[in-house]
Design a protein around this ligand. Structure first.
Ligand code: R5P
Length: 288
C-alpha cells in the first residue's frame, strides 16, 4: 500500500528522512492561521486509499493539536486508508496522577483525544513512570522505539571512561540499559520535585569514580533544573565537567544555555525534537 507523509511545521527534516527510508510520498499541505487566529488547513495531495503518516513531534503541544486534529479528520474524509501519527516526543505523559486535589490526570485525557482521531501512534521513549505501557491510556495500536541502544553506541564511540548518572529513580530503567550496552558503570540518584522549577537531587557518591567522565542521562530535559542540580553536586565533588545526554530536547525557556552555564561540558540530545544539540539520529526507530 502507498505511504504518504505530511510534515507539520518544524518536522520537515525528519519527515524527509522517513520518506527516503520508507520510499514514501512527500505529502503537500497548507497550514496557516485565518486573520482571527483560527487554523486553516488544506491537503493538496491525493490521499485516497493511502496510508497517511502525520509527522508532528509534540513539545509545546497546545498549538499543534488543532492542526493535527483537522489534518487527520480531513485525510479520513478524503478517503485515506489509515492515518498514523508519528510523534517522536509524546506530550502530557508526566501528569499521570493527581498530585494535588482539583487536578486532572491529563495524560489520560490527552491519550483519549489522540486515540479518537488517528488510527495508530508511533513514538520514542514516552515518559512511562506510574504506567508501564501506552496501552493503559491509548486505545489505538501504539509503537514505541527506544533510544537506549543508540545512546550507548554514541557513548562508546565518543566518551572515554564514562560514569553514567541517572538523576532520579525513574531514570534507572534506561540508565541501566544504556550502561550495560556501553560497558560502563552507573549510579542513580533520588530527586524530589518541589515545584515546576524547584528540584532537589541527592548527593552522588562518586569518590571511587574521580577519573571517570560523568555522563548524565535523562529522558526529558525541560526546565533543566534536574540536570543543573546534579551538575552542581558533581562540581562540589571535584568531578570533571559532565556531558549531559537527553532523549527529548524540550528545553523550556533558556534551559539549554542555563545547563551549559552551570558547568556541563556538552549537552547532547536525540532528534525527537529539532534542536542544535541533536547528535543522535533516531529516525530508524520510527519506521513503520
Ligand atoms: C522526570 O520525571 C523526567 O524523567 C525528567 O527528569 C524531568 O522531566 C526533567 O525535567 P526538568 O528538566 O524540568 O528538571
Amino acid at each position: 500500500m502507498k505511504k504518504i507523509f505530511f510534515a507539520l511545521p518544524e518536522n520537515e527534516k525528519l519527515t524527509l528522512q522517513l520518506i527516503q527510508k520508507e520510499q514514501g510520498e512527500n505529502g503537500q499541505v497548507e497550514i496557516r492561521k485565518f486573520p482571527d487566529g483560527e487554523t486553516y488547513i488544506r491537503i493538496l495531495s491525493d490521499v485516497r486509499d493511502k496510508e497517511v503518516f502525520l509527522v508532528c513531534t509534540l513539545h509545546q503541544p497546545d498549538n499543534k493539536i488543532v492542526p493535527l486534529f483537522f489534518l487527520a479528520k480531513t485525510a479520513k474524509e478524503m478517503g485515506a486508508k489509515s492515518v498514523s501519527l508519528i510523534a517522536p516526543y509524546l506530550a502530557y505523559m508526566r501528569q499521570d496522577t493527581i498530585f494535588n486535589p482539583g487536578e486532572g490526570v491529563t495524560s489520560t485525557y490527552f491519550a483519549s483525544f489522540i486515540s479518537s482521531f488517528v488510527n495508530r501512534l508511533i513514538t520514542i521513549d514516552p515518559h512511562l513512570h506510574r504506567r508501564s505501557t501506552l496501552a493503559e491510556i491509548y486505545s489505538i495500536p501504539t509503537k514505541m522505539g527506544h533510544a537506549a541502544a543508540l545512546i550507548s553506541l554514541y557513548i562508546k564511540n565518543n566518551i572515554k571512561k564514562p560514569l553514567l548518572i541517572g538523576p532520579d529513580m525513574e531514570s534507572e530503567q534506561w540508565v541501566s540499559e544504556v550502561a550495560k550496552n556501553a560497558n560502563a558503570p552507573y549510579i542513580t540518584l533520588t530527586k524530589i520535585r518541589h515545584g515546576d522549577r524547584n528540584v532537589t537531587v541527592s548527593i552522588p557518591q562518586v569518590e571511587q569514580y574521580n577519573n571517570h567522565t560523568p555522563v548524565l542521562v535523562d529522558d526529558i530535559i525541560s526546565t533543566g533544573r534536574t540536570l543543573i542540580e546534579t551538575i552542581l553536586h558533581l562540581k562540589k565533588a571535584g568531578m570533571q565537567p559532565p556531558i549531559c545526554i537527553g532523549v527529548h530536547a524540550v528545553f523550556a525557556g533558556n534551559a539549554y544555555q542555563e545547563i551549559l552555564k552551570s558547568g556541563a561540558k556538552e549537552v547532547i540530545t536525540c532528534n525527537t525534537i529539532p534542536h542544535q544539540s541533536n547528535k543522535i539520529d533516531i529516525s530508524d526507530l520510527l519506521l513503520s
